[in-house]
Design a protein. Structure first.
Ligand SMILES: Cc1cc2nc3c(=O)[nH]c(=O)nc-3n(C[C@H](O)[C@H](O)[C@H](O)COP(=O)(O)OP(=O)(O)OC[C@H]3O[C@@H](n4cnc5c(N)ncnc54)[C@H](O)[C@@H]3O)c2cc1C
Ligand code: FES
Ligand code: FES
Lengths: 334, 165
């Protein structure tokens, strides 16, 4: 049984922000992560503030400037099946479709997907771990096969979201409403590493609500894809994943975004890989160098060295698929 | 502190005063007396508790009763009309899509969601749609056959199903 809490369902953002002012209050969207955390005692709640009564947080629409707005309450199913998203941001549709199971995608929202708490079994279990205010990260000397190989320090969680790396690759921005008004944060600086703050995974301050995500238009002809590797054929969190967006002329890379999931406490943008790719033709050598660059700086723990090889493999494989489906750069043939 | 909710279950509005922490699955089983919806894991993993909320499959162990306030919920009890089983129920019956039956209500409700937006799913699409539902008996083969059987029935006009010409 869940612990006791009070529950309110305000009908405006202003009221919701007011309700969240009291300590121990939590935003409640679909509840698929929140209820699990409360049930497992990951954190407690005095008050649950449901935001589902706020109409302006719903829906996907395109704006006049070509950008697309996704309300925070849009479900993962809606994101995965929206023709507007599929046509313009294939990567995001694929990432949403790869998250969780069908029922959880019908219930879980994109706002909640970005703010879900880590899945580390010590954090979720009966361990007073560092992230819960204790003094030990049990993963360091414990069972760490699903933990991070990049960006860990003191604590070694991975960020569980599939949509987050996709949104980082698409240069999306989070629109946030709080006690001090609105602010806009690029997804690329929304997530925080343990070195910066051990108690939270993103920059949201208490009382703040994501109202929507905005996506700038991708340059015409851009391609994007999301590749997720799981430990089994059925639903699961990523062992490693790759959110990739590219703009090509022939096979020459004019622009790219390479963001890894499942390997770091935040969606892990690999600027080194992007640098290798910039201005180069996709050919076997570029692919190998890009894959090497993506693994540079990895610091595996005792049981998760395989993730480094997974990263190498999915970067090379995804780039090869794109290479093979694109004609050689015209200038090269002459 | 309790909250008043009005939840329409299988077409009948049910009003109750509930604790905010009450899960929808407990509301259905204990307040509404509808025990067809099963509880397996109670942690959103197994799918035994799947019901439709406003037509979409959700895990009722991960929905608060207060979240269902004002919404339409359909449970397995809401599918048959009188003695006439729903085509999905017939499909499970005819293809032996169940053994112990524990997972079956959840499997059926999730299949209902699938067939609502894909009237002719492939084996792969059926397996993908049911991947949030665990069955420990059948090995899934007959469940896939049951959903295909139901899809065939549901794409025929009702009169033809009853054997008329
Ligand atoms: C069994 C299981 C498997 C899963 N597998 C995957 C997977 O493979 N990939 C993946 O990406 N995810 C996975 N998930 C996570 C799932 O996708 C998320 O739980 C879901 O997207 C969260 O959305 P929600 O609306 O239910 O959030 P809630 O549970 O309502 O909220 C989650 C958190 O975010 C906060 N929050 C919610 N909305 C907002 C907002 N608008 N502004 C500020 N804070 C907010 C809440 O306070 C809470 O802390 C899985 C979950 C489960 C239970
Ligand atoms: S009881 Fe709800 S998913 Fe298992
Ligand atoms: S029939 Fe027994 S669990 Fe599925």
């Amino acid at each position: 049984m869940l612990p006791k809490f009070s529950h309110v369902r305000p009908s405006s953002l202003r009221q919701a922000v007011q309700q969240l002012a009291s300590s121990g209050s939590h935003v409640h969207a679909g509840g698929t992560d929140l209820l699990g955390c409360l049930r497992d005692g990951v954190f407690g709640a005095e008050k649950i503030v449901s935001i589902t009564g706020i109409g302006e947080l719903r829906g996907i629409n395109s704006r006049e400037d070509g950008a697309v707005r996704i309300g925070a309450l849009t479900t993962l199913s809606e994101v995965a099946t929206s023709p507007l998203i599929a046509q313009n941001y294939a990567l995001l549709a694929q990432a949403a479709a790869a998250a969780a199971s069908p029922q959880l995608r019908n219930q879980g929202t994109i706002g909640g997907n970005l703010c879900q708490r880590p899945r580390c079994w010590y954090f979720r279990g009966d361990f007073q771990c560092l992230r819960k205010g204790g003094d030990t990260c049990f993963a360091i000397n414990g069972e760490n096969e699903f933990h991070c190989v990049f960006g860990g320090s003191r604590c070694y969680i991975v960020h569980p979201s599939d949509t987050a790396p996709a949104l980082v690759a698409l240069d999306a921005r989070a629109h946030i409403r709080g006690p001090l008004g609105m602010r806009v944060v690029p997804l690329g600086s929304f997530f925080v590493l343990p070195a910066l703050d051990l108690a939270r995974e993103n920059v949201l301050r208490s009382g703040e609500i994501i109202t929507h995500i905005s996506l700038p238009p991708l340059a015409p002809g851009s391609i994007s894809s999301y590749r997720k590797v799981r430990a089994r054929g059925s639903w699961d969190f990523a062992l490693a994943g790759l959110a990739l967006a590219l703009k090509l002329t022939g096979r020459r890379v004019d622009w790219s975004r390479v963001v890894l999931s499942g390997v770091a406490p935040i969606p892990w943008r690999s600027s080194e890989t992007e640098k290798v790719l910039l201005g180069r033709d996709l050919n076997p050598r570029t692919l190998r160098e890009a894959a090497d660059a993506a693994t540079r700086g990895a610091e595996p723990l005792s049981q998760n060295g395989y993730k480094v090889e997974l990263v190498r493999g999915i970067v090379e494989e995804s780039l090869r698929a794109i290479m093979e489906s694109h004609p050689e750069t015209p200038s090269e043939r002459t | 502190m309790t909250r008043n909710v009005a939840i329409t279950v299988n077409g009948t509005e049910r009003r109750a005063s509930v604790e905010p922490r009450l899960l929808l699955v407990h509301f259905l089983r204990e307040n509404a007396g509808l025990t067809g919806t099963h509880i397996g894991c109670e942690t959103s993993l197994c799918g035994a508790c799947t019901v439709l909320m406003d037509g979409r499959a959700v895990k009722s162990c991960t929905v608060l009763a207060v979240q269902a306030d004002g919404r339409q919920v359909t449970t397995v009890e809401g599918l048959a009309s009188g003695d006439q089983l729903h085509p999905i129920q017939e499909g499970f019956w005819e293809e032996h899509g169940l053994q112990c039956g524990f997972c079956t209500p959840g499997m059926i409700m999730c299949s209902h969601d699938l067939l609502g937006h894909n009237s002719n799913p492939s084996d792969g699409e059926i397996r993908e749609a049911l991947n949030g539902n665990i069955c420990r008996c059948t090995g899934y083969q007959n469940i896939v056959a049951a959903v295909k059987n139901a899809a065939r029935k549901m794409s025929k006009p009702i009169a033809a199903r009853a054997g008329a010409r």
